[in-house]
Every structure is written in C-alpha cells, then in structure tokens.
Design a binder for this molecule. Structure first.
Ligand code: NDP
Ligand code: 2IT
Length: 466
C-alpha cells in the first residue's frame, strides 16, 4: 500500500513528458492576436523571446509550467480616470495606469511616465523590460511601470501638484514599500515624485520608502538623480575595455536633454569625451568639437526651468540648431548614447551611424533602437548595449534608496557611487558570460535577456503556478 502511494505521489510530481518546443514566433503571433494594436509591447516581447528560445527549450520544466505566457502577460493592470482642476478652474481628464508585471524576485518596481503618448502598449513594454532589467541588478525588485497621458509641458507648478495628487488618490492603495515602489521616468522628476509621495503619505498615514527618487531631505538617495546617466557611462567603460579602448578623446552623440541625457553628458565630459549633440522633441543642437563646460552648464540650467533646445544658439551662436531632426544623421561620432525615448534610432539612422564610423552604442533610453537598427548594429559586430543592461543604474540606485529607507540611514555619495559602479560592472560581466559567441563577439542583447530571464524564471518555478 505504502509502495503504491509513494509510486502515485512520485508520478504526480514528475513533470509531464515534454513534447513541444516553444517557438518565439508562435508565442508572439498568439500575443498579437490576443492583444492587438500594442506594437511597442509586441516589439519588446519579440526581442526577449527570440534571445531566450534555446535556453527555454533546453529546460523543459519551464514549459511544463507554461512559464512563457506568465512571463509575457503582466500580473495585473490598473487603469483609471484622473480628473483635476487647471488654473482657470476648468476640469481636465486624463488616463492613469499602473502595470504590475512580475514580482517573483521582489516588490513591483519601476518608474512613472507623464507624456501625451502614454498608452497601455508603451507601459506594458516598459514594465516587461523592467522585469528583466531589475533582475540584472541583482537586487530584490520585480518589474512594473505606470503613468499618464498627462503632459507636464506648459503646466504651472500648482497644476502639476493637483494632477499628481489626483493620480495618487486613485493609485495609493495599490503601492507601498513592500508592494510596489514607483519612481520617475519621462516627465516625472524629483518635483513630481515629491508631490506624489506627499499625497501617498497622507492617504496611507505612513512615512516609508513607497517611492524612490525622493528629495534628499525626506528619504531620497544621493546619486539617484545622476545614476542612470552615470551608470550608462560606467557600462560603456566596461564595454570599451573589452577592446582596449577608453572614453577619453571620443566623440559621443547623445540624444535628449532630460535627466538621463544631461548626466550622461556630464560624466562623458568628466571622462575626457566630447559630447557632440543634445536634443529635445523640437530638434537637435550640434557641437562639432564637443560642448564646452560653459555651454553645458547653460543647457543644464535652461532645461531645469523648461527651456527648449532652439534657445541655445541665441546664447551661443556658434552652436547650430536643426529643427525637427534627431542627432544620428547630423554628425559623425565614435559612440552613440540615445537617451530620449523608444524607437528614436531607425534602420536608416543606424546605417548613418555605422557609415560615420560609430563603433559603440550604449542605450540610456528604454528600447531606443528599432529591431532593424539592432540587427544592423549586431551584424556589424559593434559594441551594442541594450537599455535593460546599460540604463539599469537608475533603478539599481532606486534599489539602494529602498535599502537605505528600510534601515532609516543614508549613505554618502561616494558609497552609493561605488555600489553603482560595482553593480554596472557586474551586469557587464553577466552579459559577457551569457552573450559571448564562438568568435568572441559579445552579443549584449542575448547576454542581458538570458541572464535576466533565468533568475526570474527560476524564482517563478519555485513559487508554483500563481
Ligand atoms: P526626461 O523627461 O527627463 O527627458 C526626456 C528627454 O527626451 C527630453 O529631452 C524630451 O524632450 C525627450 N523626449 C521625450 N519624448 C520624446 C519624443 N517622443 N521624441 C523626441 N524626444 C523626446 O526623461 P528621462 O531623461 O528620465 O528619460 C529618458 C529616457 O531614459 C526614457 O526612455 C526613460 O524611460 C529612460 N530611463 C530613465 C530612467 C530614469 O531614471 N529617469 C532610468 C532608465 C531609463 P521634450 O522635453 O521636448 O519632450
Ligand atoms: O526605466 C527605468 O528603469 C526607470 N525609469 C527607473 C525606475 C526606478 O524605479 O527607478
């Protein structure tokens, strides 16, 4: 009897015989059918699934648990109307969202984006990417993203505050220091985080680390504002070192002129590189021999009060502004660091970069290169770091902010910067470990996707079907 029972239990626990291999193309076709009109989400999933297909199929237990669907489809999505009063007393309505993608390895974690283009597709892609990025940091953070189609541009400070409060009046029940910890992204910086955190604190009646990117006086971490841009430069340094190169003397094209772009520029200049472009959604300013410190300080100041790039030549006539253009076809560079938004480098931009001699691309933005551009970079065997590896320093330092908040301590700038350095080095090593090809070329896309996937997948397996 005991024998029969043991035999029966063993049989029950044994994974079923694996008969079918996962085909990335079929999974994607199915997701497109079930979730149509979400191109950014499809694009992000396709890149990851194509990279991990063989690793997944070598471990049949993953498919026995149908991990692939559970990894691609977010755990849950909150969608809500945000109604707020503008300065004229008029009622305005926007949509608000939070996509909680996966919490297998830690509380949901990821930024909030305020931009007129925000929709479910964009937030699903960002939350999906965030899951793998956060896994790469080695810290205990799951993946999430949220935001609104509210555009902060041209809004008064009071309007921003009222919007943030209305947004959090809906979202506060779904977040918390051990549940889901938002931070900044496009259109959300320290000011917006301050207003959102303040309202969260009022509703939840607690003072905890429910947000990161907070002001220094109320739980923020030193180096968090700098972290994404600095981290990308540290990652770039590791990549260059594999070919015996350094940043010094190199021409670097940067896009954007927000948090990520400006701190990337600051660090590149400190390292002796020449930043030859900065841009916003209106156009690009080119500095053929690199921005001087005076020019950079001016742009930093201009952007801190909402100025536009077209204003730069008014102060520095030697700098040329190109209306409606992105940097990539305007100037030759050694290195490109796209730091504005998704799909800002298309196939023809990639072609122009390669023809101009560009040998390294390190992404500050999330998914800034289209699939066509990515293929061109990898086919040309240049150093190419996808955002989920190269820009992970931002969320990693958010993880360090969470650790400081839990301990009710704050670390020095040197301490945080050293940890950021170590984390970026470690991510680079992981990419090399999983991404090195037979001829020695490091495919950082594959390396980042496989390393990020394995940790999340194993944790999901251990926790059962949820
Ligand atoms: P900011 O809002 O500070 O700056 C964004 C910059 O990109 C602005 O110069 C903006 O120009 C430009 N931009 C935004 N959307 C577009 C668009 N559709 N077309 C052209 N230009 C555009 O955001 P961040 O610097 O924080 O974010 C930049 C990128 O980095 C995003 O992809 C974000 O997801 C990613 N990222 C951010 C992290 C962070 O910690 N902040 C961490 C990791 C990644 P304009 O002012 O004209 O809109
Ligand atoms: O895309 C990103 O990694 C971010 N916007 C930062 C997220 C965070 O939680 O710090």
């Amino acid at each position: 009897m005991t024998f029969i029972l043991v035999f029966f239990v063993t049989l029950q626990n044994k994974p079923q015989k694996h008969t079918q291999l996962m085909k990335a193309s079929e999974v994607i076709a199915d997701l497109k059918r079930r979730f149509p009109n979400q191109p950014e989400y499809h694009q992000a999933v396709e890149e990851v699934l194509t990279s991990i297909e063989d690793v997944y199929n070598r471990n049949p237990q993953y498919d026995d648990y149908n991990l692939i669907d559970r990894l691609c489809i977010p755990d849950r999505i909150f969608a809500f109307r945000v109604s707020w009063l503008d300065d004229k007393g008029k009622v305005r309505n926007n949509m608000g969202y939070r996509v909680q993608h996966n919490n297998a390895i830690g509380p949901y974690k990821g930024g909030i984006r305020f931009h007129s283009s925000v929709n479910i597709s964009i937030l699903k892609f960002l939350a999906f990417e965030q899951t793998f990025k956060n896994s790469l940091t080695t810290l205990a953070m799951g993946g999430a993203k949220g935001g609104s189609d509210f555009s902060p541009r041209g809004k008064s400070d009071k309007e921003i505050m009222r919007f943030c409060q209305a947004f959090i009046s809906e979202l506060w029940r779904q977040i918390g220091p051990d549940t889901d910890v938002p931070a900044g992204d496009i259109g959300v910086g320290a000011r917006e985080v301050g207003y959102m955190y303040g309202y969260y604190k009022k509703m939840a009646r607690e003072f905890t680390g429910a947000f990161t990117g907070k002001g220094l006086g109320f739980g923020g971490s030193l180096i968090r504002p700098e972290a994404t841009g600095y981290g990308n430069c540290y990652f770039l340094q590791s990549m260059l070192a594999t070919r015996g190169l350094e940043v010094k003397g190199k021409k670097v094209a940067v896009s954007g002129a927000g948090n990520v772009a400006l701190y990337t520029t600051k660090k590149i200049m400190e390292l002796g590189g020449k930043v030859v472009s900065l841009s916003d959604s209106g156009g690009t300013v080119i500095a053929p021999e690199g921005f001087t410190k005076e020019q950079f300080d001016y742009i930093f100041e201009l952007k801190s009060y909402g100025g536009r790039m077209y204003e730069v030549p008014e102060k520095f006539p030697e700098l040329k502004y190109y209306e409606g253009q992105r940097p990539w076809k305007l100037i030759k560079c050694d290195i490109a660091m796209p730091s504005a938004t998704q799909n800002e480098i298309d196939g023809s931009d990639a072609e122009a970069l390669l023809q101009g001699g560009c040998f390294a691309v390190s992404e500050g933005a999330n998914m800034p290169s289209t699939p066509e551009a990515v293929h061109k970079f990898i086919d040309a065997k240049i150093l190419y770091a996808p955002g989920k590896a190269a820009n992970a320093g931002g969320v990693a330092t958010s993880g360090l902010e969470m650790a400081q908040n839990s301990q009710k301590l704050s670390w020095s700038a040197e301490e945080v910067d050293q940890k950021l350095h170590d984390i970026m080095k470690n991510i680079h090593e992981k990419c090399v470990e999983y991404g090195k090809e037979k001829d020695g070329y490091v495919n950082y896309v594959r390396g980042a996707n496989v390393a990020g996937f394995i940790k999340v997948a194993d944790a999901m397996m251990a926790q059962g079907v949820l």
